[in-house]
Every structure is written in structure tokens, then in C-alpha cells.
Design a protein. Sequence first.
Length: 390
Amino acid sequence: MTRENTEVELLASRITQLARKYSDATHAGSEATEIIRSISATCTELNAVVSSPETWVERIALSYNGTVAICILLDLNIFRILLENNGSASLRCALKEAVAQHILDEPSLDLYKLNNRSGYLLDDNSACWVHYLADVGLKAAASLPQYVRDNRGQIAEGRHRSAFQMAYDTDEPFYQYLHSVDPLRGERFDKGLQRHAGGAAQTSIEDIFDFTYLKPGAVLVDIGGGRGQHSIRIARRHPHVSFIIQDYESTSPSKEEIDDESVYRRLQWQQHDYFNEQPIKGADIYMLSNILMDNTTGDCRRILERIAEAMTEKESVLLIDDGIELDNSSKTHSCYGSSMNMHMLAVLGTLFRTREQWELLFSQIPGRLEVTGSWPVDGGRVIFEVRKMT
């Protein structure tokens, strides 16, 4: 009698097939992002299948230990110390946890070495992003169960007290708190957002949307663009486009930081609250990058109404780069989609929208905003091309 393959064997076979595809893709110099995501998801599934329920659930419940260890090591600049000393350090508990999470290597007892994963944290902007997630993210997440209980499992459409506000005992919203009450954490958060300014590690909007159709002198308005990390990156690739970067504070990087005169002279910063009237009328492109995910549905309507009022019918394009909730059949979204969705709920009291919720939101804006193009990217992100049709 032929024995049927068990679930474990089927998953192991799947991993072997994916590993072969990954090797072939990297050898050929091809894009392997989706393959990597599939390998990670399948390995996690195999781990869950072979673990006892007790072991698996307790491991998940204790997964914050890795976060705590990273935060401690970043607080004390241990990764830089290991680089400079090329040797050992104390703080055995946090270091041992970092080894267990494959962030550090321990070639011999109590001798700790950097590897390619901890080497990533030597980049200041990358370290700031991880530090923010391990510090602010963990503290806000700790109050998330209480937030859900207080709201009876519902999310209010309007502004309400978030888990972040509960954790930090403040009435200030997330961004205002970081920039006015806790500037040290605010600066760390801002620097973390710069981690893809020089070249995106994830798929960037200019990889998806064709900016070449724009005429010379075309204007892109980057709404809520911060220090312009997305505009700077697009400007390097598309020298025929000029950019206006809008945010609450018109804080711009120096010419030396941008290090390209031809890019710098096409950038302009403008102080603007996106809930107010949009001062730039009839721009070729309006861009919202990771903005609507930060806001409740009611606030999103206000933001989109202001932009729609400024758009030229059928000509102006609104580009939206945001999160999207995928259905359960797409397992490759689990890392970005599920984890970041929980993080957004903790710090802002919002969740990623489904495709149906996005379309409903657009339909509620006077001026009939219509999706004329959409591209799912990176297993949890979507880019929409939107025009005003009437």
C-alpha cells in the first residue's frame, strides 16, 4: 500500500521547490521578492505544523522578547560597539535573545559577532525605524487589548483615543505627540522614514507608475510628504518633473544632504495642513503616500474632498500608495499586511482597507473620483491612479 505524503512532507517539498526557484532567480539576476515571501510563509506554516499547540502558542505570546532585546541593544548602541571592537560585550540576556533570533552570531561562548542582519542596523535610518518599532510600537501594542475591550471590538469612524494615547497617557494624536511632546522619539521616527530615500528596498511607486508621459515642467504635489523622501527618489529618475512637498512643517533637507543640484532645484517645500483647502490648483500629479492609512474614514473623506476640489477634471492624477487588506487566500501578505495592520491599529486606531472599502470611500467624494488604474505590490500595498471624472 502506498503511503500518502503527510502535511509536513508536502510543506517540506514546497520549500525545496521554492528554494530551487529562488536559486535560479538569483543566479539569473531576476526579481525574487515574491519567492522570498512564499518561502518565509511556508517555513512559518511548517514550523506551526510540527510544533505542539502549547509550544507554538507560548512562543507567539513570548515573541515580544526579541523586540525588547533589539530595543535594549539599540538604546545602548551595542551593534556599533561590536563593529568597532570586533569582540564581546556584556548584557548576556539581551545578547542571547538576539542570537536566538539570528540577529547576532555567537561563534564561541559569550563572544558575539555581527552578521548581515545586524549589519543592516548599522545604517542610521534603518536602525531608527527598527528602534521606533521596538520602542513606541511595543509600548502601544501593550495597550491594544485594553483599547479593543474599551471599544467593544469596533473602530470608530471619527477620531478617538488610540492605544498609543492610552500607553503614553496623552490626548495628543500620534504625530503631534512625537513632534511636540517627545522630540527625541519624533526625530527617530522621521529618520526611520528616510530609510528608502536613496533607493527603495521595497517596490517604489516609480517602479509601478509611468511618469515618463508627463510633459517637461510637470508638477507633482507630494501631500504629507515630510522631508520629501519619495519626491527626492522620483526626482532622481525623472528630471522633467518638479515637486512641491507639503507637510505641517516645511522642514527641508539641505542641499548637501540631497547631494544633487539638479534634483535640489526642482524641489519646493510648502507648509500645508491637508485638511485645509489645497493651494495648488490643477497640478499634473497629486500624491498621497502612506497618508490615508493613518486616518479614520471620516478624516480620509475630508482629505480627498480638498484634493478633488483642486484637481482638473480628467487631467490631474491622484496617486495613492497605501495599505490594502488582502483575502486569506494570499498567504504571502502575512508579514507586511498582518503585522503592520496590528501596528496601525495600535498607534493610530485605523486598519488597512479592503478593495471594496477603498472603492466605497472614493464614491463618497463629490466630483466622482474614479480609479483608472491600480497595482497591488509587496503583498499588502496597493497603488491607485485616481481621476476626477465630473
